[in-house]
Ligand binder design. Structure first.
Ligand code: TXA
Ligand code: MG
Length: 351
């Protein structure tokens, strides 16, 4: 039995926050909004509670979880040390969409880290997430609140669809502002390494830290050959039900290619979904054409992506054709998620 608690417009609804915090303190599970995506939380120091997260999501247990905190004072007991580079990152980007990988302390259960000797920490900026975590006075383990393999939830309705009957409480708030999961950066390597791109961009990190590496798994279109360091990156993620192909190249050539493919698929009797942008959506003859947003507003594209992937599922399209976008700034994270949704099927077209 899942209780849905609605909190309007990020109001500080203390009764509901307390009710949800109580469930977390007693070892239960609570889904809650954050600025990146909705998370599914449990007491990160209680192995039994953490196991409930894996069960609710159907998630492989070697894929480690992020511990979410409300205040800087909570960091110290969770990590072996706080190196200077971590202090810089925290100062610049917390609270916010950045997860930092530290050497872990001994109090972290292996159920959280999947047996690694590191731990992922994040301090969300979303007020509901902040109040809830603060009220529990616990580090809250929280993956994205979707069924494993589905796109991450950016709206309460996505969580309700996936997790009703599988968790104790779902806090229904507004849609997530950023819409992509946090940037994960590993500071246990000599040069900080981005394991997952997100709202804090490569450029942001480079400006602050100088040299920053990108885990080769992120860059490699043929991901399968490479063992990603972030265990979560090796699983098929964000996948809509229909096979998706990304088409990359100059806009005019992309539109032509997508229209040619659309015709072919429609002749085979297939229902074609097209993931377009405001600038191009009227140029397509797909059965379902959805617009991600304006090309020069990549932040709005980021916040729409996962919701649109779920809409294609609802419309039961047979194939999805998606335009690629610029990889600048948050575009890099968007393309990373789209590439995964497409199972690395990418067509490059020339002029
Ligand atoms: O924005 C987010 O990060 C959301 C919200 C709820 O905070 N959470 C989220 O969690 O996306 P999840 O579990 O879906 O993704 C966590 C990622 C996975 O790719 C996991 O493998 C990686 O972080 N990760 C966690 N602990 C790690 C560690 N110790 N070393 C390397 N990667 C780690
Ligand atoms: Mg996830």
């Amino acid at each position: 039995n899942t209780l849905v608690l609605t909190i309007e417009g990020n109001q500080q609804d203390q009764d509901k926050i307390q009710q949800a915090a109580q469930v977390l303190k007693e070892g239960g599970t609570v889904a809650f909004p954050t600025e990146t995506v909705y998370g599914l939380g449990a007491n990160g120091l209680d192995p039994k509670a953490v196991k409930k997260i894996y069960e609710a999501k159907g998630r492989p247990s070697d894929n480690p979880l992020i511990l979410h905190i409300a205040d800087k004072e909570e960091i110290k007991p969770l990590v072996a040390s706080i190196p200077p580079v971590a202090e810089k990152l925290i100062e610049a980007f917390w609270p916010g969409p950045l997860t930092i990988i530290f050497e872990k302390s001994s109090i972290i259960p292996k159920e959280v880290t999947g047996g690694l000797n590191t731990v992922a920490l994040r301090m969300p900026s979303h007020p509901i997430a902040h109040w809830l975590i603060k009220e529990t006075r616990l580090p809250i383990a929280a993956p994205s609140a979707n069924l494993s393999g589905k796109p991450s939830p950016t709206k309460a309705e996505h969580v309700i669809q996936d997790l009703t009957g599988r968790v104790d409480i779902i806090i229904e708030g507004d849609p997530s502002q950023i819409g992509l999961e946090s940037t994960v950066v590993d500071i246990t390597t000599p040069i900080p390494t981005i394991l997952r791109p997100g709202g804090i961009t490569y450029e942001d990190l480079q400006n602050l830290l100088g040299e920053v590496n990108i885990d080769p798994g992120i860059l490699d279109d043929l991901g399968q050959q490479y063992q990603p360091k972030s265990p979560g990156m090796k699983y098929t993620h964000y996948a809509p039900a229909a096979p998706m192909t990304m088409i990359e190249g100059p806009t005019k050539a992309v539109v032509e290619k997508i229209n040619a493919l659309t015709k072919e698929y429609q002749l085979q009797g297939k229902k074609v979904g097209i993931l377009a942008t405001v600038e191009t959506k009227d140029d397509y003859r797909g059965d379902i054409v959805l617009s991600l947003g304006q090309r020069d507003k990549p932040q709005s594209i980021a916040s729409n992506l996962f919701d649109l992937l779920r809409q294609f599922d609802k419309e039961k399209v047979d194939v999805i054709l998606a335009e690629s976008i610029s990889s600048q700034g948050i575009g890099f994270a968007i393309i990373n998620r789209m590439t995964k949704a497409a199972g690395h099927r990418i067509i490059h077209v020339a002029k």
